[in-house]
Design a protein around this ligand. Structure first.
Ligand code: A2P
Length: 318
């Protein structure tokens, strides 16, 4: 797929990116998965410090560029993110440098604050865990992320990240950020799929020139929502896919692209890596039907409140 979008400052970002989060145990697959994705034509890799696999991804990028002299580093859009225990000014700088070292790069295309939550660090490589098994909140930095954002702006101004942004941010959090930001976030990467269309937040982002980016567009590796429903088993979505001869994932990806933002399907399966990149188009009727799948639902698959010890969306608590 050659579909792309533009960030507020004019940088082009691919419409379909390759997600690189993998649950424990399947990390070794990442080198092969990324190399395969790049060979097929994916030009956006969505990485994160926390995924603990940036060294393998770096090797895959390096090997791919070596075997394809016609492709340059700047033809690939590479995102990474800083984890919650590295959000002081100095630690943000450390985190990006650490990611760049592992990725074997001298800049990333997009650098994101992974969660709107700051926690304490045990060491650079380990978040502090409290007696209850949860991360230990850094209350002050969570309530006032100005030092974090100043470091993001420094990185941006130094050219180590061509754009900067946030992930899992709410409207309230963005409003706070705007009070002191000299560089506004270019992206907010959030969970979006037909069970969680996030319309209000997405409208707000577009109004402020922030591009939404959808993670878990296929309904997440967790698969089952709080109510036990699986996105990829939804009858309406499957009927559309069946009728048009598409794969359910293709329908889900097409829905996000048609809504105007970048989507990040993740797969470790070579066949699905190909089909997910083979973008199809939805007609008006199917698009309208998909928009209605959400009726009465607001199902989030990814909420790390039990790990992070902080609920970003308390109003959604059952
Ligand atoms: P797999 O890696 O075995 O392909 P997320 O929504 O968090 O990005 O996770 C995507 C999940 O959907 C993964 O578990 C992935 O499993 C699965 N998946 C990826 N592509 C497809 C597809 N085309 N059809 C069905 N499931 C898919």
């Amino acid at each position: 797929s050659s579909i792309s979008f533009r960030l507020s400052k004019g940088i082009s970002i691919p419409g379909v990116g390759f997600g690189t989060y993998a649950k424990e145990g399947v990390k070794d697959e990442m080198y092969n998965a990324v190399l395969h994705a790049l060979r097929i034509g994916y030009r956006l890799l969505d990485c994160a410090w926390m995924y603990q696999n940036e060294d393998e991804i770096g090797r895959a990028i390096k090997d791919f560029l070596k075997e394809n002299p016609a492709v340059n580093r700047d033809d690939i859009f590479i995102t990474t993110k800083v984890w919650t225990h590295l959000l002081t000014f100095d630690d943000v700088l450390w985190s990006l440098n650490n990611s760049l070292e592992k990725l074997q790069l001298d800049y990333v295309d997009l650098f994101l604050v992974h969660w709107p939550i700051a926690t304490e660090k045990e060491t650079y490589y380990r978040p502090k865990i409290g007696p209850n098994g949860q991360y230990v909140l850094n209350k002050e930095l969570t309530e006032n992320p100005e030092p974090t954002w100043r470091a993001m702006e420094r990185i941006y101004n130094e050219g180590k990240a061509r754009s900067i942004g946030v992930s899992n941010w709410t409207i309230a959090g963005l409003e706070k950020l705007f009070q002191f930001a000299t560089v506004k976030p270019h992206v907010n990467q959030i969970e979006i799929h037909p069970f969680l269309p996030n319309n209000e937040l997405i409208d707000y982002l577009f109004t402020h020139g922030i591009l939404p980016q959808a993670y878990s567009p296929l309904g997440s590796q967790r698969q089952v929502s709080t109510t036990g429903e699986k996105l990829i088993e939804n009858p309406v979505l499957n009927e559309i896919a069946r009728r048009r001869g598409y794969d359910i994932a293709q329908v889900l990806i097409a829905w996000g692209l048609r809504r105007g933002y970048s989507v990040l399907p993740k797969s470790s399966n070579p066949v699905r890596i190909v089909s997910n990149f083979n973008v199809v188009e939805l007609n008006d009727e199917d698009f309208a039907a998909m928009n209605k799948v959400a009726d009465g639902r607001h199902f989030r698959f990814v909420n790390l409140k039990n790990t992070l010890g902080y609920d970003v969306w308390p109003e959604e608590a059952a």
